[in-house]
Design a protein around this ligand. Sequence first.
Ligand SMILES: [Ca+2]
Length: 410
Amino acid sequence: MPTIFQSKLKFSLALLGLVTITAACQQNISTTQVPREQTPSPQTAQPTNSNSATNPIPSEKSTTPVKFKVETIATGLEVPWDIEPTPDGRIFILERAGRIRLLLNQQLDPTPYPVTLENFSSKGQGGLMDMALHPDYASNKLIYLAYTVETNGAMHTRVSRFRDTGTGLMIDRQIFSADPVDSTKHFGSRIGFGQDRKLYITLGERGKWDKAQDLGTVNGKTLRLQEDGTIPADNPFVGRAGAKPEVFSYGNRNTQAMAFQPGTGLIWQAEHGPSGNDRPGGGDEINIIEAGKNYGWPRIHHSMTQPGLESPLKQFTPATAPGGAAFYTGDRFPQWQGNLFVANLRGQSLQRFTINGRQIMEVENLLSNEYGRLRAVAVVDGYVYVSTSNGDGYGSGNRGADTILRLSPQ
Ligand SMILES: [Ca+2]
């Protein structure tokens, strides 16, 4: 495994660094959300916990920005939600409309990679969302897809397992299906295998706020499953009356970005804060997700704290709208080793976070307002791949407006 980037704290520069970071973020995010000052006061002011947004962000002296070039690798795509490399050098691109595309030697295959998604629907914010390779994909060729389906007019997330034949995906079995809800938004639907070889699934609260706090539903949660869809015996709510045993964390509004930290195995997520309709706008969060913890929604949001609830490591107001995340590993950008990248939709930027242990040290905004809305980010062979999301309902809505970009050293 790659070594994790180690930053040294320089406390004398901490305050200056914080001011610099705040100013940089505000310059590079063009939105009109409710400013931070207008967010409600915490219901209770208590000592903060380990996952707190209220600690000042220590920073080291600013390093020289890394020079890179941006190449457009593929065009004509329809809202690409995921970029997934395989060990044999292919890259799968998932289009929200329900197509899997294949990128080989930087060439996009014009013919979609065959797959059948039963009862598939891409209404509202739904569609084909995410792909995860089984940890033993190289030998068993198993691939997991998260997508939305419609049952009796109600939408829900499904995760199914497929076998990659080399010429298409063949259904193996259904792994998970959420309860249908009369809503077409907040599906979450990022999936991935943790260092513990368990499958993690993010699910939004479907716009029904209180579901996020209800352990009897899967909405507004992170779930943890065995590779075959059964429940791990050591899940935090196994055996608790009225609780769904697949729940791993709760109080998550709508998480569309998840990445597993190399080395530590920690689960980092970025989730969408309130839209302005359901609470003051902004408050997009970065959290480390751990067993049984309550990440607050809708009881707390933005920088609010309350005993027993986790406040975010960092929150962004105005909204950045995080769409995807990945940790950097590889040889092409040694300065970025171990950094966390988050692609932002509304924020129209690729954020690079330097991390020390569980702390975010520095934030740099890349690609700001150059390519529009950004959704998926992946690190492949040391390059950073990013997808745009300009053709979605919050952008132009033009089908085929989206591209895959690749950052490489200059
Ligand atoms: Ca939260």
